[in-house]
Design a protein around this ligand. Structure first.
Ligand SMILES: Cc1ncc(C[n+]2csc(CCOP(=O)(O)OP(=O)(O)O)c2C)c(N)n1
Ligand code: SF4
Ligand SMILES: [Mg+2]
Length: 328
């Protein structure tokens, strides 16, 4: 494995680099947390980074013809290809350096994908990339819980019951999306024990998120991050509440913040405090703030709450490892 950049952890937001590498020139919605994830991700990684992005809001809205916010080299890749694009780029860089066709130096390779591109369509390519320990790369799945760019279709990462253009509540069936959200990071961690770093994050906890990017790039090998990103358009709320919704997702226990480093799982930030016994906020505090759940009856809210309670009370590790058949 070639060496990696040694990106020391930031001790707080004041230590965050001032240099902006994701600047003006994009057309994401006001309050778009996925755009904030991009900005924090590249701020954490620094200028010697190549970014690859699969189709989705963070491609289309960010790179309208002749305008781009990216200051670093950036390339679009096909919707399901974040894994293969990351792997190919890392392999290409390695070959060019070995042949002395470019300076031998650690260059970060980050490929991002949405939940449609990563948790659904490109899962196999991400899985393949995570088995190639000879390359250094980070795949970051930004999860706005829908195929947002094509007008908010339901994905495998959409929450139960959410109103989307493919799952609108009707008179015959109020709940159209009856699937529970996929546990993508947990699945990838369990299935790729040699991947040295897999973590979840949320831009509402910016320093934590940036440090996870830095750790993933420093540790090296193929690594993976999954962020939960409030999306004003798809979740149907006033853009000013994006930050607050990220906090509520964590404080209600719906989104669990953790990292798996060399096989060791650690819940962190508020999720760690919740695991130690702090009371979780009722999920209703999160659900009632979003139009996509406006059709929920008290029974729907109670069902949602029961699933989150089960995750915290019955799973081996909340949000990461579900109970096994041998459990009582
Ligand atoms: C193979 C393929 N199928 C469909 C599309 C159309 N398409 C473009 S963006 C997009 C949505 C992607 O959703 P996601 O990955 O969650 O990213 P988001 O738009 O939510 O940021 C779709 C379906 C495409 N570009 N390529
Ligand atoms: S639809 Fe959602 S993810 Fe897409 S640009 Fe708007 S806020 Fe961001
Ligand atoms: Mg999406």
């Amino acid at each position: 494995m070639t060496t990696t950049q040694q990106l020391v952890p930031l001790r707080g937001v004041k230590q965050s680099p001032l240099e902006e590498l994701f600047t003006s020139g994009h057309r994401t919605c006001q309050g778009c947390e996925s755009a904030l994830v991009m900005k924090l991700m590249i701020k954490a990684a620094g200028p010697r980074t190549i970014v690859l992005g699969s189709t989705g809001c963070m491609y289309v809205a960010n790179t309208t013809y002749y305008s781009t916010p990216w200051v670093v080299p950036w390339m679009h890749t096909q919707l399901g290809s974040s894994g293969s694009a990351a792997l190919g780029t890392a392999a290409g860089l390695k070959a060019l350096m070995r042949k002395a066709k470019m300076k031998d130096e650690p260059i970060n390779v980050i490929a991002f994908c949405g939940d449609g591109g990563g948790a659904d369509m490109g899962l196999s390519a991400i899985s393949a990339a995570l088995t190639h320990n000879e390359y250094n790369l980070l795949i970051l799945l930004y999860d706005n819980e829908s195929y947002a760019n094509t007008d908010i279709q339901v994905s495998g990462s959409s929450p139960w019951g959410a109103n989307s253009t493919f799952s609108p509540p009707g008179t015959l069936h109020r709940i159209m999306n009856r699937r529970w959200k996929k546990n993508t990071a947990g699945m990838l961690a369990a299935g790729h024990p040699q991947a040295r770093y897999i973590a979840t994050g949320c831009a509402s906890y910016a320093t934590d998120m940036m440090n996870k990017v830095r750790k993933a790039l420093t540790i090296g090998g193929p690594t993976f991050m999954h962020t939960l990103d409030p999306c004003p358009k798809g979740w149907d709320y006033d853009p000013m509440y994006s930050h607050e919704l990220g906090v509520l997702a964590v404080q209600t226990g719906i989104w669990v913040q953790y990292e798996v480093e060399d096989g060791k799982i650690t819940l962190n930030g508020p999720s760690k405090v919740l695991a130690r016994g702090k009371k979780r906020l009722p999920v209703e505090e999160y659900l009632k703030r979003q139009g996509r759940f406006a059709h929920f009856t008290p029974e729907d809210v109670a069902y949602f709450q029961s699933q989150i309670d089960e995750m915290w009370e019955k799973w081996w590790i909340p949000g990461v490892v579900p109970p096994g058949p041998q459990d009582p």
